[in-house]
Design a protein around this ligand. Structure first.
Ligand SMILES: *Cc1c(COP(=O)(O)O)cnc(C)c1O
Length: 399
């Protein structure tokens, strides 16, 4: 059998290794100069006024909702096609995540879905840029402004990405990014909140370090003081300099990594075109997606066990895949607490039967993509159905 092709590998090189070693040798491990630099340069790259580095995107989402004033009993609109974190943070406040269905094409939430879910208790909406494909932010912002809702974006998949020429990270009230190892750039574990609003930025920063007064950050530094004041009961969500030491060289490479993702996605598209029973990801006209994930859809009739069977056959051929996501409304906790049924959110329920994430990361080589294409084709389009001349033509077109 061929060498295994994992679902994901982070692009970590000598730059990141040297940067971490240098940080360890410096003796300063916790939040310090490297975190400051990472925040400034990240904010500059997306064009945001402020960036606050945190130890996860989950922490960023939590503190973003805290900063905009979410309270017990409030409602927050969340698409069901997302990871646990997006809705979980709402429950931290004893507030209610209101799960909405997604568009059948991009699997993103849209303005109509948001508007239909608004009640007198709705305080905020969390658009998730699924797979790195930006949501239709202008119509969503219009609805949110009209109803006085805060817009906190879950951009865990969407760095870098553009919507109508604007960078994700500059559009909603607060945008939250993830630096988990599978995400477009990594710090091991980490996250970032960007905003144009100084008060929110200050609040997130303070609450990420026990609610201490601002100058407490540098209290062990040369110019720091031992004196601090506890302004609020906060949390322990700060990023370490060790993590930022990974993030800085990752940030330098972000545009090159993005370009490579786009090339690989285009190669998948060319190679997978026209395979019966396989749908390719839809891209809206006015966006430049991050291509965090390449999510195809498998017709349940295309092979006996549908998508699940294809997952197993690809694994047997050494190819790692995943499914993003099991929609939140199909999980026990949300079924029980929200009383939501599969048929209430039909697009996501139906998509879940079909979606499959193929490996897509900058460390993949062109021939890795071709191998995945060949194996998918082998299982969905048995040789008997495919004239030999077509096989040759497809190969020359994709190599
Ligand atoms: C990964 C992910 C998160 C959480 O990111 P962490 O940095 O692991 O906290 C949030 N939302 C979505 C959509 C994600 O995929």
């Amino acid at each position: 059998m061929n060498e295994a092709l994992p679902f994901h590998l982070a692009s970590i090189g000598e730059d990141e290794i040297e940067s971490v070693v240098e940080t360890l040798r410096s003796g300063w491990l916790t939040t310090g100069a490297r975190v400051r630099q990472f925040e400034e340069r990240f904010a500059e790259r997306v064009g945001a006024e402020f960036g606050v580095a945190l130890n996860s995107c989950t922490a960023a989402l939590h503190l973003a909702l805290e900063a905009v004033g979410l309270e017990e009993g409030d409602e927050v609109i969340v698409p069901t096609m997302t990871f646990a974190a997006t809705a979980e943070v709402v429950t931290y406040f004893k507030a209610r995540p209101v799960l909405v269905d997604v568009r059948p094409d991009t699997l993103n939430l849209d303005a109509e879905g948001v508007e239909a879910a608004i009640t007198g208790r709705t305080r905020a909406v969390i658009p998730v840029h699924f797979a790195g494909h930006p949501c239709e932010m202008d119509p969503i912002l219009e609805v949110a402004r009209r109803h006085g809702l805060a817009v906190v974006e879950d951009a865990a998949h969407a760095f870098p990405a553009r919507y109508r020429g604007r960078e994700i990270g500059t559009i909603g009230d607060i945008t939250c990014f993830s630096f988990y190892p599978t995400k477009p750039i990594t710090t091991g574990e980490g996250g970032m909140a960007t905003t144009q609003n100084r008060a929110w930025s200050d609040r997130i920063r303070s609450m990420s370090l026990h609610g201490l007064s601002r100058d407490a950050w540098n209290r062990y530094g040369a110019r720091g003081s031992w004196r601090y004041d506890i302004a609020e009961a906060g949390y322990k969500y700060n990023m370490t300099d060790v993590a930022a030491a990974i993030g800085l060289p990752q940030l330098d490479k972000a545009d090159a990594l993005w370009a490579r993702r786009k090339d690989l996605a285009a190669r998948y598209r060319a190679g997978l075109q026209g395979i019966p029973g396989l749908e390719l990801p839809v891209v809206a006209e006015d966006v430049d997606p991050a291509w965090h994930l390449f999510v195809v859809r498998v017709d349940p009739q295309a092979l006996p066990g549908g998508r699940d069977e294809l997952v197993e056959r690809l694994a047997a051929d050494g190819i790692g895949t995943s499914v993003h996501f099991i929609p939140l409304h199909l999980h026990e906790y949300y079924r029980k607490t929200l009383g939501v049924r599969p048929e209430d959110l039909p697009h996501a329920t139906e998509a879940f039967e079909r979606i499959l994430s193929l490996p897509l990361y900058p460390a993949m080589r062109d021939h890795d993509i071709d191998r995945v294409v060949d194996v998918v084709r082998k299982h969905l389009q048995p040789q008997s159905m495919q004239p030999a001349a077509d096989v040759a033509a497809t190969r020359s077109a994709t190599r």
